[in-house]
Design a protein around this ligand. Sequence first.
Ligand code: ATP
Length: 236
Amino acid sequence: MTQAHLVVKHLSAGYGGFLVLRELTLEAAPGLTVILGPNGAGKTTLLKALAGLIPRQGEVLLDGAALPLGDASGTVKRGLALVAEGRQLFPQMSVAENLELGGWLIPKAERARRLEQAFSDFPKLRERAKQLAGTMSGGEQQMVAVARAMMSGPRLLMLDEPSLGLAPKMVDELLAIARRIADAGTTVLMVEQNVRKALAVADRGYVLERGALVAQGPAPELARSDIIRQAYLGQA
Ligand code: ATP
């Protein structure tokens, strides 16, 4: 199967009468694309709009076909999975149960196969299969959230600040996981605050400020650009 390609044209979205994103045009080609930008720029809003969780205008095309709006299971069936900020695990359920919930749309036998795959992709989670998700560390919980999203067999995985609040070593581990998922054939679109580390693992990036794109390009070029060096890396 070819790898998924997301194309977004003239996307506008917001809350009530308040427009956050204005006419964004961007794409997530196979590989790992990162969205950078300051707090409140609209990064989370972008992922929510792409997932069809908030009203939007404009085109959102996955491999040329429009993704649905306001239809969570339809969106998953079309191959999109979102790991939202805050992970949204079921804390009183075990790791294995949380993972199984990520496969709620697939037949039982296939779900068991994917669970086995998740445990081989995330060996740390196999050791913790029976542990209640709420008792795990922040990094481990983030890993469960990513593994749960992968249970639906997505073609496009969207990650909202996977490294938020994690210790540096765990940040590296989560970003390496995102890279590995992209290398294994799932297109990844990731929002990150950790600019330097995110650009080190990404193929391409966009910078979003006040709801508009202000820079874009291959990750190494973006890392060298004035806008990134001055605004985000403190190297004027
Ligand atoms: P952060 O890094 O702080 O999460 P962000 O770039 O993800 O920032 P968003 O969370 O998308 O930014 O927020 C963009 C704007 O939309 C902000 O002005 C925010 O206050 C507003 N906003 C976010 N969620 C809602 C909501 N549910 N209702 C109304 N306004 C919202």
